[in-house]
Design a protein. Structure first.
Lengths: 250, 239
């Protein structure tokens, strides 16, 4: 995507993201019904699941970006992978923070070392380490290549996380594709919040929130890619200035 | 060692070249280790120090020490493992050994597989010592076949991820420092089920269904990470 085209699309998505965010907030507080057992605190659910979902999508996009970079060696794919990991990490942090705030009234603690929460911490660390790897390599091409390989390996471990949370018994509910284990846990009072949603309105609110965060993700991606373009341009301008100055001195 | 020797001394003119290359590199690593005895002794000494340090921290509570023994065993293996990985791949960097290996008409996947095998052997040797030490220190049945199987499978997955990551970190500025930061989070999805399985075996009446699902998780991780390594390793050593 070229810079002028980016410049055209970015304001549109920025505004779209702002508007849908307001709509989502209004829906979360006024349209969605109050949950029976948990009360108003359950309204965090829409942000929690929405951001977690977009986080997963972002890491998947990073994986695709990495794989395409290894195949075609085009800078753009590396930029997309990098931007997506950055934004995915932000969404993952929001989801974890929202979950923690919800955990306080639901489980009476901010944090538990349950398998699922442990593994989400691990996922966070995995993707945070991505920047450490990038920071340690100076060569442009090698940095992009190693980052691409790492992002693929990282996603593989996230898949393992996804599988294992369906095997371990956990206090954290599984909303999408709930398992027999989860249902059993719910009946034993292991889970405060049963799998599945109470009403149609909740489902609609969740969908709107997910769409909002997806639009926000796209907007941030476009901004981030544009930023990278500008950074690269500044770098090349600096090089030209340096070359000019050196030529003048000699 | 005899079996390995014959595989190398009689290069298969008609046989499988891939297997020959793998064994040649493994044999080379074992020979280096046989003469220098650096890697395994380093790992063993390091893990002994770690265990003693933890023991010291938990000394007043012997029961507590016994309860955390499983986690401690894995933590020690992970920490000592990074030493083994760094050592084993640093040897390749010294004297441009790796360049010679890469110039040779060898499939990159063979190089990867060989390094995984040799570091796995080193780590398994370490685990033999550790199991012995843990049985004595914590008085828990770590010698059970299921525990040994989980240790074996867990080590394969850990080393498979480790060789791939170490080959990358070796080529960066931060080197040894970067390895644990990258590797530890990556292998935790493997260690969690592995430690759960070992912990379950330490109970009076282990629940076999839990152990079976944990072992299959570990095995699945092994396969997935090995496949990823085999597919991407040529991109790591590309110069």
């Amino acid at each position: 995507m070229s810079l002028p085209r980016l410049n055209r699309w970015i304001p549109i998505f920025n505004w779209l993201a702002a508007i849908t965010l307001v709509v989502s907030l209004v829906m979360n507080f006024y349209y969605a019904p109050t949950e029976r057992t948990m009360g108003n605190v359950q309204r965090i659910f829409y942000f929690h699941v929405g951001t977690a979902w977009v986080g997963a999508v972002a890491f998947f996009v990073a994986l695709v970006g990495g794989a395409l970079y290894l195949r075609q060696k085009r800078e753009l794919w590396d930029t997309i992978a990098l931007s997506s990991v950055e934004i995915g990490l932000v969404f993952l942090t929001i989801a974890t923070a929202a979950g923690s705030v919800w955990g306080k009234p639901a489980w009476n603690t901010w944090w538990l070392w349950s398998p699922r929460l442990t593994l989400i911490t691990v996922a966070w660390l995995t993707y945070a380490a991505y920047f450490m790897l990038r920071g340690a390599i100076e060569e442009h091409e090698k940095r992009a290549r190693f980052a691409a390989i790492y992002v693929i390996v990282a996603f593989v471990t996230i898949i393992m996380t996804y599988i294992s949370i369906r095997i371990f018994r956990d206090i954290h509910p599984v909303v999408f594709g709930g398992t027999a284990e989860a249902a059993q846990g719910a009946s034993e009072g292991l889970q405060e919040f049963e799998a599945g949603l109470e009403s149609m309105k909740m489902g609609i609110t969740l969908t709107v929130n997910t769409v909002t965060f997806t639009i926000m993700y796209i907007a941030w991606m476009l901004n981030r890619v544009r930023l990278q373009y500008l950074m690269d341009r500044v770098d090349s301008l600096k090089m030209r200035v340096a070359a000019r100055l050196q030529g003048g001195n000699a | 060692m005899d079996k390995v020797d014959t595989a190398v001394s009689a290069p298969s003119s008609s046989g499988n070249q891939f297997v020959t290359a793998v064994w040649a590199i493994v044999w080379k690593d074992l020979q280096i280790e046989k003469h220098t005895r650096q890697t395994v002794s380093l790992m063993v000494m390091f893990s002994l120090v770690t265990v003693v340090m933890f023991n010291f921290a938990l000394e007043t509570e012997l029961d507590a020490a016994r309860n955390v023994a499983t986690g401690l065993l894995w933590a020690t293996i992970l920490l000592a493992g990074t030493l083994g990985l760094n050592r084993s791949l640093a040897i390749e960097r010294e004297n441009q050994n790796i360049d010679a290996v890469l110039i040779a008409p060898i499939d990159r996947r063979a190089v990867y597989l060989a390094k995984v095998i040799s570091v796995t052997i080193f780590t398994l040797l370490l685990e033999v010592v550790l199991v012995f030490v843990f049985v004595i220190f914590f008085n828990k049945p770590f010698w059970q076949p299921v525990v040994l199987l989980v240790l074996f499978l867990g080590t394969i997955g850990y080393v498979a991820a480790g060789v791939l990551i170490t080959s990358m970190t070796m080529q960066t500025r931060a080197r040894e420092v970067l390895l644990p930061i990258l590797l530890m989070p990556l292998v935790l999805p493997l260690i969690l089920p592995a430690a759960t399985a070992v912990g379950e075996m330490m109970t009076v009446q282990p629940d076999m269904s839990i152990i079976r699902s944990m072992v299959s998780l570990v095995a699945a991780y092994d396969l997935v990470i090995l496949a990823t390594g085999l597919f991407t390793y040529h991109l790591v050593v590309e110069s």
